[in-house]
Design a protein around this ligand. Structure first.
Ligand SMILES: Cc1ncc(COP(=O)(O)O)c(C=O)c1O
Length: 384
């Protein structure tokens, strides 16, 4: 599969027809256990669902092929994947350097769940390489970044950060949820591990929760697989199957998400109601050049700051109708959110707090003229 193009791998990797019946779509193996021919005589290596399930394996093969990884593991949620990764690699006394604009739940996991077990986390501005060089310490085990980041769409130079982190002996983890492997492949740029909330673009239809860890090589696989087996936050067979189905259209969807978001970012830039538009596809974005170098499209996420402040931002997210007010992102339908009270409520008052006038869009794949008309009527409503 590795010599095929991305869109082909998305449809065929791990998705061979059922060898017994010829069913074109691999079945959902909705089974908690597997018959053994003798004690320990496993068929195809499957024993018990927490250890392994054929539907989960087919998803893991598909995701590894998309990221160009040596392997992947799939979990019940993005945060379950992050937790298994962190506990699989870190031990008490280790230090993590975390980009300073990341999903609030990642910060919460590190500072509220893992800190009491002896893991120290420092947040850092990763778009400035000198800041990273100064912040890295002998006990820094992981440098964790998101690019584009949530919710301010900051861009980090993955190859540069990896070079600096590796020189200091640290491992680089990239949360590739916002870009998806259709637009950005961090392992090819030197990162060691990729994490995903597959709930988002990989699943693509807002109907399933899931997460994944993807491995550049086999260095950390056994440790993280052990966490998955010992703790059990695995993806259920139906969830894994829904995700494999979503992934098959990823290449097409990401093209349309990117095209629609670009049009909305350009429209928003010309509107006086928005003081800032955060979208890496705009030449005015400080990370535009790096994004153009390391991404093949700019994605479907964008944020803007309302010139009239926090109350206007709150009113605006309640004034649209096609853009539904909801948490999450990456589905075919457009969503609007107010990060300070929603996705980033857990970081209010911390060093990761986001501006109070921010609105975040997950731009779907509806007709873009309908989406812009919806935003325009929203602006009219809050003005009137
Ligand atoms: C960038 C990013 N990473 C990780 C997560 C966590 O994923 P999940 O909600 O599937 O646990 C999210 C969720 O919003 C996210 O936006």
């Amino acid at each position: 599969m590795s010599d095929h193009a991305f869109a082909t791998r998305a449809i065929h990797a791990g998705q061979a027809p059922d060898p017994v019946t010829g069913a074109i779509i691999p079945p959902i193996y909705q089974s908690s256990t597997h018959v053994q021919d003798s004690v320990g005589g496993l068929r195809a290596g499957y024993e018990y669902n927490r250890a392994g399930n054929p539907t989960r394996s087919s998803l893991e093969t598909q995701i590894a092929a998309l990221e160009g990884g040596a392997g992947a593991l799939s979990f019940a949620s993005g945060l379950a994947a992050e937790d298994a990764l962190l506990r699989g690699i870190l031990k008490p006394g280790d230090h993590v350097l975390l980009g300073n604009d990341v999903y609030g739940g990642t910060y919460r996991l590190l500072t509220k769940v893992l800190a009491p077990w002896g893991i120290e986390t420092t947040t850092v501005e990763l778009s400035d390489a000198d800041v990273l060089r100064a912040a890295i310490r002998p006990e820094t085990k992981i440098v964790w970044l998101e690019t584009p980041s949530n919710p301010l769409l900051k861009i980090v130079d993955i190859a540069l950060i990896t070079e600096i982190a590796h020189a200091a002996g640290a491992v680089v983890v990239v949360d590739n949820t916002f870009a998806s492997p259709a637009l950005q492949q961090p392992l090819a740029l030197g990162a060691d591990l990729v994490v995903h909330s597959t709930t988002k673009y990989l699943g693509g239809h807002s109907d399933v929760l899931g997460g994944a860890v993807v491995f550049a090589d086999d260095r950390f696989f056994d440790q993280i697989k052990f966490q998955q087996f010992a703790v059990g936050a695995v993806s259920a067979p139906l969830d894994a199957w829904l995700t494999t189905r979503g992934i098959k259209t990823l290449a097409l969807r990401m093209r349309q998400h990117s095209e629609n978001a670009q049009a909305i970012a350009e429209w928003a830039s010309a509107r006086p109601e928005f003081a800032q538009v955060f979208f890496p596809g705009l030449p005015s974005h400080p990370g535009h050049e790096i994004a153009a170098k390391q991404m093949s499209g700019f994605g479907g996420m964008l944020s803007f700051g309302l010139a009239a402040g926090a109350d206007a931002a709150r009113a605006f997210v309640e004034s649209t109708s096609l853009f539904q007010l909801a948490e999450s992102l990456g589905g075919v339908e457009s969503l609007i959110g107010y990060p300070p009270d929603m996705t980033h409520a857990s970081v209010r008052g911390t060093e990761l707090a986001v501006p109070e006038n921010i609105v975040r869009l997950s731009v779907g794949i509806e007709d873009v003229s309908d989406l812009i008309a919806d935003l325009e009527q929203g602006l009219d409503r809050i003005a009137g």
